[in-house]
Write a protein that binds this ligand. Structure first.
Ligand SMILES: C[S@@+](CC[C@H](N)C(=O)[O-])C[C@H]1O[C@@H](n2cnc3c(N)ncnc32)[C@H](O)[C@@H]1O
Length: 183
């Protein structure tokens, strides 16, 4: 797994915006209360716990890549709320979850097609995904500058491994890819 280390306590204090952006999505989930939920890139586990509180008869699993977040997230663990260190590029569940949720994470993923195929396998029939992520067009000024700077020979070496993971990743693209998986 690549290095996705975060300090859980620092992240909790600095992630107010990430949490605010997603509250509307969570409030619109309309859960029955017995769903199994997978939270991709759950970070400090605050949102994972919020989801757990909405499914008293269900089960919630938070997947994260950062050991630094583990202590912070694990504090709220119980029988039906678990956190697991795993690479979400390599999801290994089948037909287990009613909802796959993800906030502020999927822009870290390079192969979105593979992720979506895996999500399709992970979901039970009729299951849903709710993703909130930085997609195509996000930080457009930053990427415009990077595109220009890369052209300069002196700077080129600093961008050898640079990939714009946001390019072509947006809501419409996701819908189209999911339709293709279904056929
Ligand atoms: C910005 S945080 C978002 C945390 C949380 N979802 C929130 O909204 O507060 C992104 C999280 O994604 C995790 N992450 C990034 N790439 C990952 C991967 N390949 N597998 C698992 N987790 C990953 C990072 O470790 C980090 O915890």
């Amino acid at each position: 797994m690549s290095n996705f280390e975060f300090d859980g306590c620092k992240y909790r204090n600095a992630s107010k915006h990430q949490k605010e952006w997603v509250n509307k999505i969570i409030s619109e989930l309309n859960l029955k209360g017995d769903e199994n939920i997978l939270d991709l890139g759950c970070g400090d586990g605050v949102l994972t716990k919020q989801l757990y509180d909405l499914v008293p008869q269900g089960y919630v699993l938070g997947a994260y890549a950062s050991k630094g977040m583990m202590d912070t997230a694990k504090k709220s663990e119980n029988k039906n709320l678990k956190f697991q260190l795993m690479d979400i590029n390599e999801l290994n569940f089948s037909n287990e979850f009613d909802l796959i949720f993800s906030n502020a994470t999927l822009h870290w993923i390079k192969d979105h097609k593979k992720l979506l195929v895996n999500c399709h396998t992970v979901l039970k029939s009729g299951g849903i995904i709710r993703f909130n992520f930085a997609g195509d067009g996000n930080s457009s000024n930053f990427f415009a500058v990077v595109k220009e700077v890369i052209k300069y020979k002196d700077f080129h070496k600093y961008f050898e491994k640079f990939i714009n993971t946001l390019r072509n990743f947006n809501g419409r693209g996701i819908c189209q890819q999911l339709k293709n998986i279904n056929h």
